[in-house]
Design a protein around this ligand. Structure first.
Ligand code: SF4
Length: 316
């Protein structure tokens, strides 16, 4: 499977089958905290980065022989990417296929910066949950944290795009704000974000911080105390602090093999516990597979905020 990963136990969506629409690191942002690494193709150009028919064929293959009572039947199909999924012009077709043919709810994780484009808004309309990001509502802060392409460097354009989508969309919008210490957590920045949230009126605000190894090693998380303080600034809306993985472990139809763990680690760094929860494997099996992958120089270990993570790639 080239474009699917999981199902994995997602922090927010339960058992989620991921669809990677743009496999290379192609994005309109180059966020300092990106888990995938530094953006190599900074662009706002929308195109069919991978054939839509190929993605749909993989979904057909995955679900062949499964039914909604099967172990491993996902709660959500989540459209995401190693870059920005709304850059893919086939995103609307994939959403409609999952909804109409598989009858599974669809979530889209996006940086939200292209929602000023009416075609992007139209493409996402059939989804159930859209989780856009908004890390900054002031231009200099947006430049510092998201390092955007020139065409989406104006936070007013981003906020207005999100507000227009919130008006048109029948599903839920969970707006994620990722805060990095000393970068986008000043009082001025929080004031601007509070005003933006009042304008967008999302169903939820989800506060996050740099909990996984970031693209830039100097990007630091906020303390729990500080993030709670910031949460208190958002009134009249549901605010959640996103912690770590929670919820049930994935129940898989087959035991995952080394290759599947490697595919997970190519998409983002994971702790041993993340891998155990996502795969349902026993600790000793996870250790054995990680050892084999490390011996083959396919993964490396990194420390972030006192925790050990595994990610694809050779030890530096
Ligand atoms: S975090 Fe998301 S929006 Fe930011 S660079 Fe990575 S893929 Fe792009």
């Amino acid at each position: 499977m080239k474009h699917l990963f999981g199902p994995v136990n997602s922090r927010r969506l339960g058992l989620s089958l991921g669809v990677d629409l743009v496999p290379a690191k192609i994005c309109n942002f180059n966020c300092i905290y990106c888990e995938v690494g530094v953006t190599t193709g900074l662009t706002v150009k929308r195109r069919e980065y991978t054939p839509t028919a190929e993605i749909i064929a993989e979904l057909e293959e995955f679900f062949a022989g499964l039914d909604s009572e099967s172990a491993g039947w996902p709660d959500f199909v989540t459209l995401t990417s190693s870059g920005e999924p709304t850059l893919h012009t086939g995103i609307g077709d994939v959403i409609r296929y999952v909804k109409q043919e598989l009858e599974i709810p669809v979530a889209v994780l996006t940086n939200g910066a292209l929602l000023f484009d009416p075609q992007v808004r139209l493409d996402l309309l059939a989804a159930d949950i859209v989780v856009p990001s908004l890390d900054a509502a002031r231009p200099e802060t947006l430049a510092a944290i998201n390092r955007p392409a020139a065409e989406c460097a104006d936070p007013r354009q981003i906020v207005e795009g999100l507000a227009a989508f919130a008006e048109e969309f029948g599903g839920e919008i969970w707006l994620e704000i990722l805060l990095a210490a000393g970068v986008n957590d000043s009082e001025k920045d929080i004031d601007a974000l509070v005003a933006a949230v009042e304008r967008i009126r999302p169903d939820r605000v989800q506060l996050n911080t740099v909990v996984r190894p970031p693209a830039e090693s100097w990007a630091r998380p906020l303390s729990e105390e500080r993030i709670k303080e910031v949460a208190g600034r958002f009134k009249d809306c549901r605010v959640e602090i996103i912690a770590d993985y929670s919820g049930r472990a994935a129940v898989r139809p087959e035991r995952p093999q080394k290759q599947e763990i490697l595919e997970m680690l190519k998409r983002r760094p994971c702790t041993r516990t993340d891998i155990r929860e996502a795969t349902g494997l026993a600790g000793e099996d996870v250790d054995r597979l990680l050892n084999e992958l490390a011996e083959a120089s396919l993964i490396r270990e990194t420390m972030h905020d006192g925790r050990k993570y595994y990610q694809a790639g050779k030890q530096r």
